[in-house]
Ligand binder design. Sequence first.
Ligand SMILES: *Cc1c(COP(=O)(O)O)cnc(C)c1O
Length: 495
Amino acid sequence: MNFYSTRGFGPVSGAEAIVKGLADDGGLFVPETFPKVTSEEINDLCSLEYAERSAYVMSRFLTDFTYEELLSYTQKAYARFDGDAAPLTKVDDGFFLLELWHGPTLAFKDIALTVLPYLLTASKKKIGKNTKTQILVATSGDTGKAALEGFKDVDGTEITVLYPAEGVSDMQKKQMTTTEGKNVHVLGVKGNFDDAQNAVKRIFASETMKKAFADVGYELSSANSINFGRLVPQIAYYFSSYCDLVNAEEIEVGQEINFVVPSGNFGNILAGYYAKRMGLPVQHLIVASNKNDVLTDFFATGRYDANRTFHKTISPSMDILVSSNLERLLYEMEDRNAESVKELMTSLKEYGFYRVDEDIVYDKIPEFFGYCSNEEETKNTMDNFYDDYTYLIDPHTAVGVSAFFKYMGEVYDDTTPTVVVGTASPYKFPQSVLEAVGKIKEEDAEKAAKKLSRLTSTEIPEAISALSSKPVLHEKVADKKDIESEVLAFVGGKV
Ligand SMILES: *Cc1c(COP(=O)(O)O)cnc(C)c1O
């Protein structure tokens, strides 16, 4: 299987796409076709365990790896999870929650970021690269810690994470800034997530920066969901949850289901779209947004307008105005015409805006629906969900549940079984959850976690309780203009 950039560059192999992360023309790598998975193959997947299902789905794209190689990565990666990697829970008739937060950092990013280091290290070997890799990551909170955990002490790599200094939860900040490991760097940025992401994109596009890193022996790569190696392990849990529904006799193979996905950078739900294109019976993909509702507007009108107020919300991992992975969907909407994608992306860069014909939205991607929820709705959803089901959900998952109810109420009385994708543990955001569910205000994250645990008789995950004794190791915060020199300085380089 070959890969092409959404802006035309290519072809490259899967291993090359993973090593590069972002294409030289600034585009994102996409597979040349969507491999087809038949009903019989889905049936066969249902008798396998998660690591095997995942390796199978990945093997269909990454044909330069054997199934056995991929299986060895997924088995090692998912052994780090607390029990199943992606368990499905029945909430109510036809309503299911996919819990993707049982990994080492308690967010769905672990599903891909525990596998990516194996993929990257093996990809470098396959294409005969001996240079060291500098992984550069922009995070709205969860990617950062998951990437740090995945890449810490991995030979031949350095990992640098940029996060908005005032834009992540206390727990997220504590998780990142206490990370040990000899190759680990964390930098707070005075700005929001988009500023951090722009800096990363700028560095990738800069010949000067590439040369400066090369001078100290490094080649750049990305662990953000712009890297195809991040995306491909995420496709697997759409298949896996489908199989779990089959095994629980909730559906029969061939029957359609819906997915609702709390979305920010659009990587998670894009993986669901890829699963559908491979043949997974999916009816609707419901894009859930918080008060940052740029995606909701896009799916309603075809206008993508990032010129709007940036809101800091209680679901910070979705506080994003420029959703990078939408470029991969645009590529499909534009019938894989790289020139059209380039024009849209130029417009986005110059004016913060682009427009796709409304008919294209309705005709090419009729499966997509978008809903947004404000802070009040998100809090009420956490509260009601706990009252109704004695089930604690985090603010991001609550945005998903809220979107599901809006979809059910406003558009259809749809009886299609629906899976809401749960993206983080409630204990990553204990102050917000405690306030919503218990009406208790507690500023201190660790105290809030303890109170939440006592109130709801649920256990604080080890990854959170262990934080209190860990010293902060990374305190650096930089102005936007100093990002380039700071990240170079981490590895002894200079502009
Ligand atoms: C990253 C993240 C999201 C958004 O996922 P995207 O792939 O960026 O759309 C939602 N919820 C949580 C908890 C996350 O960490």
